[in-house]
Design a protein around this ligand. Structure first.
Ligand code: PRP
Ligand code: ZN
Length: 285
């Protein structure tokens, strides 16, 4: 039986979280000595550790069947692959940054300047769209030092925490695009590989849903149940368990992580007490 070949970043911002995601899906990898390839012990997949910049091409050529990488690289490389799923981690943006002592009054700043970047295609179309004529200096790494060593006037690079810009005396002035980790896939996966991919996606979605939701338990007087159910739509319908104290129940449901604080305030106002919020490990809808 053939295995699904998954390309992930060898070293960098995405590597740890990519491995972690697969582990959270219950996939166990033998710690072989080879640093380029490893096979799972309990699921038909093989991991290939590659430079993220090469992943789109390898997926297009089916050296790998799918790949986990940043949307930034997917857009830049513009290969013939399918974006299968957004993963919600490795959020960052591609931005223009200039020396911090320079005043910035708009895109006109870049007119006839030299911009260092590893994203020449994205930058070129951004400049074109905004009718800015500037020179693009393509470099493959350590872009942030370019202004400091006199190679360029500005940079166009990935910003995540912003600390790289800060330590290099640069400040961010324009965001060109926002990015997160995604799964891309070859367009011609055979039925067998597609089947493995579907099983993997089922698990990935369960892990993602679990992270986006919390399990919530609270005590409420029976008279407030309807009101509280309206605040907490839950998965289907909340569970109600009677308390020893007459007229009171314990209500269990699920709440979205990003709506969490807002809901808590509403719940308290509706009469809920003893609210517990618990992380969910896996969530299958
Ligand atoms: C980007 C960028 C910076 C760093 C910014 O590299 O080139 O080095 O991340 O992060 P910070 O704002 O948190 O300091 P990336 O992870 O895309 O790696 P790569 O270009 O080497 O593939
Ligand atoms: Zn890279």
């Amino acid at each position: 039986m053939s295995e699904l070949k998954i390309a992930i970043q060898k070293n960098g911002r995405l590597s740890e979280n990519s491995k972690k995601l697969l582990e959270e899906c219950g996939i166990k990898f033998s710690n072989g000595i080879s640093v380029l390839k490893t096979t799972a012990r309990n699921f038909p997949v093989e991991l290939l550790f590659l430079r993220d910049d090469d992943i789109p091409q390898y997926v297009e050529q089916q050296v790998a069947d799918i790949g986990i990488l940043g949307e930034n690289v997917v857009f830049e490389k513009n290969k013939d692959v399918t974006v299968i799923e957004q993963l919600g981690f490795a959020q960052c943006r591609l931005s223009l940054a200039i020396p911090k002592e320079d005043k910035y009054e708009g895109l006109g700043y870049f007119m006839n300047k030299k911009i260092a970047t590893s994203y020449p295609h994205i930058l070129n179309s951004f400049l074109k769209k905004n009718k800015i004529i500037a020179e693009i200096e393509e470099i493959s790494g350590s872009v942030e030092i370019a202004p400091g060593i006199g190679l360029a006037n500005a940079v166009c690079d990935i910003v995540s925490s912003g600390s790289t810009l800060l330590t290099n005396g640069l400040h961010e002035v324009e965001t060109i695009l926002k990015s997160q980790a995604v799964i891309i896939g070859n367009k011609n996966l055979g039925p067998e590989k597609q089947e493995i991919l579907n099983r993997l996606l089922f698990r990935i979605r369960a892990v993602k849903n679990a992270k986006e939701n919390k399990y919530i338990l609270l005590n409420t007087p029976e008279s407030a149940i309807t009101k509280i159910c309206n605040i907490l739509p839950g998965m289907k319908s909340p569970t109600i368990v009677p308390l020893v104290e007459k007229g009171w129940v314990s209500l269990h449901s699920v709440v979205k992580e990003d709506e969490f604080w807002e809901r808590i305030d509403q719940l308290k106002a509706a009469g809920a007490e003893g609210i517990l919020v618990i992380p969910i490990e896996k969530m299958i809808l």
